[in-house]
Write a protein that binds this ligand. Structure first.
Ligand SMILES: Cc1cc2nc3c(=O)[nH]c(=O)nc-3n(C[C@H](O)[C@H](O)[C@H](O)COP(=O)(O)O)c2cc1C
Length: 365
């Protein structure tokens, strides 16, 4: 399998697995998990419908009960959740697809309503995110003021990532993507807007990156570097994320990742779901620091994605919203077929029944 055959539609060797093409389904939270935060039958169908993409990255999934920040997001910390995901991965594999899962701890992007014992969510520092989450009955509410993690608690959260990665492999996933983006716990440690610590996990760039490096070291040690990816969003302000010096921060992070050599680095370019040029950032300089697989995301259409792969800007391109609306996106791109529009009467997050989830049509066979 040649990496030099650079088209979006040609197979790609990702560590031990061969992807049918270089198109990836980005992780997409849909708030459809069933009681116990277990993926249900519609989730099996949703992912199976999308198995023609080279790689699916299943939605952000909690590593522990404390990691939850939103309603009806799935987990990988109970036997029922592992069994639920096994049905998803079996069906995706039966249809010839490959599937990773994104592992997250939401950190301060949570609410006491989701926390065991209704305690405060945990974060690097007691700095509330100016952001909202949805609580049934109450609607969209402010995230809760978090409490700063004790130094002695951090190793336990690293262990939660390690255990969830093992559970992911038990559940049949081909690998995991560590969620290092979008202001969730790992990203909140990275950034000076949310990390005000004065111990070994705060202050210098090296210290702020320590938690990320420890999580990646643990997960790579547990399931192998060739089954571990990571997502970063250097200048995305989503979830009240801020950082005064993103370029040196993320260059340090990628230098550290080069030593661990995960199977890919997945970079959200710009403002997630918004402008790609919201803040200056030299992605080419970042990429030069990594000798492994480079995946890009944010606002890519067919022409941009083909050019990114052909021109060597990226090895893989992930698609979020287009994969929600077009289960057969690779075929539509290849055949220059029209794309489905987002249903106006169905939510992206949550909802009941199949509408907006598993009823976006594929092209006729
Ligand atoms: C409904 C929805 C849910 C999302 N959930 C996640 C998620 O769980 N994890 C994540 O890293 N990004 C998440 N994102 C961001 C997408 O992965 C992606 O970065 C974003 O949609 C931009 O890519 P696109 O222009 O191809 O849609 C979500 C986006 C949307 C629209």
């Amino acid at each position: 399998m040649s990496h030099t055959e650079r088209t979006l539609y040609s197979p790609f060797q990702l560590g031990p697995i061969t992807l049918a093409n270089r198109m990836v389904m980005a992780p997409l939270t849909r708030n459809r998990a069933e009681p116990g935060n277990v993926p249900g039958p519609m989730t099996i169908e949703y992912y199976a419908q999308r198995a023609s993409v080279g790689l699916i990255i299943a939605e952000a999934t909690q590593v522990s009960a404390q990691a939850q920040g939103y309603i009806a997001t799935p987990g990988l910390h109970t036997p029922e959740q592992i069994a639920g995901w096994k049905k998803v991965t079996d069906e995706v594999h039966a249809r010839g697809g490959k599937i990773f899962v994104q592992l997250w701890h939401t950190g301060r992007m949570s609410h006491t309503a989701f926390q065991p014992g209704e305690k405060a969510p945990v974060a690097p520092s007691a700095v509330r995110a100016n952001a909202k989450t949805y609580i049934p009955g109450a609607g969209y509410v402010d995230t809760s003021e978090p409490r700063a993690l004790e130094l002695s608690e951090i190793a336990g959260i690293v262990d939660d990532f390690r255990t969830a990665a093992r559970h992911a492999i038990e559940a049949g996933f081909d690998g995991v993507e560590i969620h290092g983006a979008h202001g969730y716990l790992i990203d909140a440690f990275l950034r000076d807007g949310s990390n005000k610590r004065t111990d070994a996990y705060g202050g210098s760039i090296e210290n702020r990156a320590r938690f990320l490096v420890e999580v990646m070291t643990a997960v790579v040690g547990e399931i192998g570097a060739d089954r571990t990816g990571i997502r970063l969003s250097p200048v995305s302000p989503v979830n009240d994320s801020s950082e005064s010096q993103p370029q040196p921060l993320f260059e340090h992070v990628v230098r550290e990742l080069e030593k661990l050599h995960p199977v890919y680095i997945h970079v959200v370019e710009g403002f997630t779901g918004g402008p790609r040029d919201n803040a200056p950032f030299d992605y080419a300089a970042l990429r030069k620091l990594y000798s492994g697989v480079w995946m890009v995301n944010n606002g890519y259409d067919k022409a941009m994605a083909e050019a990114a792969v052909a021109g060597g800007h990226a090895d893989l391109v992930s698609f979020g919203r287009l994969m929600i609306t077009n289960p057969d996106l690779p075929r539509r791109f290849k055949e220059n077929a029209p794309l489905n529009e987002l249903f106006k009467d169905a939510p992206l997050y949550g909802g009941v029944g199949p509408h907006g989830y598993i009823d976006y049509p594929a092209l006729p066979a």
